[in-house]
Design a protein around this ligand. Structure first.
Ligand SMILES: Nc1ncnc2c1ncn2[C@@H]1O[C@H](COP(=O)(O)OP(=O)(O)OP(=O)(O)O)[C@@H](O)[C@H]1O
Ligand SMILES: [Mg+2]
Length: 245
């Protein structure tokens, strides 16, 4: 059973006719989502609203709009939090710890840890992340270090925006095995916006397709699966027809 079960717009909230409420997938006051699996994927075209919704839920759960855990109070830029403030969440069990990984803010988070360590040398900011600056590791190495050293045994609710950006296909499988461990021990819930046909294959999951509305979709019905499969089966057929128009 997932910790976070559903969400909707608060009855008393006055919904404006502007971003993000006017995005087709949100559709104003009636926006609602249900979570029935420990892992929920958001898929859909670029610009369909996946990051907007993921960020809003993370904010509604109390995470920093810039990404990070609830305890990381750094702010690198002012981000849109109106939808987050408009949401009412229903929990099976309230979960206060976890992490919000924005696609573009991992670098900022690594910088924050470095700065915090410099300013408070008496405190150990790094051991939870494998004992060295996340900046001294590659993108994928630091991402996996974060999960192995800090999250794997602690559990929580995790919001990840395109984690595959950091990971080779092989490391995506390593990440899936970490995720599987965290899900099977009952400690964790994941919401992941992704374009990766590898991550989407995780069996114990719900895939929500963002288009004009948000609808559940089966793995093999996603464009991600179909295009990747057709392409890998016969790349020459696709490459013959490459054109900008
Ligand atoms: N601050 C903003 N103000 C107005 N419109 C915005 C703002 N941020 C995003 N948008 C628009 O909202 C739409 C959804 O953006 P979002 O980043 O949620 O898409 P996405 O599904 O995550 O796309 P991608 O797969 O490319 O990451 C886009 O059309 C985008 O231009
Ligand atoms: Mg996005």
């Amino acid at each position: 059973m997932p910790f976070l079960r559903s969400l909707r717009i608060k009855d008393e909230y006055n919904v404006p006719d502007s971003y993000p409420f006017n995005l087709p997938v949100i559709g104003g006051k009636n926006f609602t989502m249900e979570f029935t699996s420990p892992v929920t994927f958001f898929v859909g075209e670029n610009g369909s609203g996946k990051s907007t919704v993921l960020e809003a839920i993370a904010i509604a759960c109390g995470f920093n709009p810039s990404g990070g855990s609830r305890n990381n109070v750094y702010q690198f830029q002012k981000t849109e939090s109106m939808l987050g403030n408009a949401l009412r969440l229903t929990w099976t069990k309230k979960m206060n710890h976890g992490f919000f990984l924005r696609a573009e803010s991992f670098f900022n988070f690594a910088s924050y840890l470095d700065e915090a360590q410099k300013e408070q040398p008496g405190q150990d900011f790094m051991s939870a992340y494998g004992g060295q600056s996340l900046h001294s590791m590659s993108h994928g190495e630091s991402f996996l270090a974060l999960f192995k050293n800090r999250f794997m045994n602690a559990g929580g609710i995790f919001f990840l925006d395109e984690p595959e950006a950091a990971l080779s296909p092989k490391r995506q499988l390593v990440f899936l095995s970490i995720l599987d461990h965290m899900v099977k021990d009952g400690s964790s819930q994941f919401m992941i916006a992704t374009h990766s046909p590898i991550l989407l294959a995780y069996p114990d999951s719900t895939i929500y397709h963002f288009d004009q509305t948000i609808k559940e979709i089966a793995y093999k019905d996603t464009e991600h699966y179909q295009i990747t499969k057709d392409f890998l089966d016969a790349p020459e057929l696709f490459l013959k027809h490459l054109s900008w128009e």
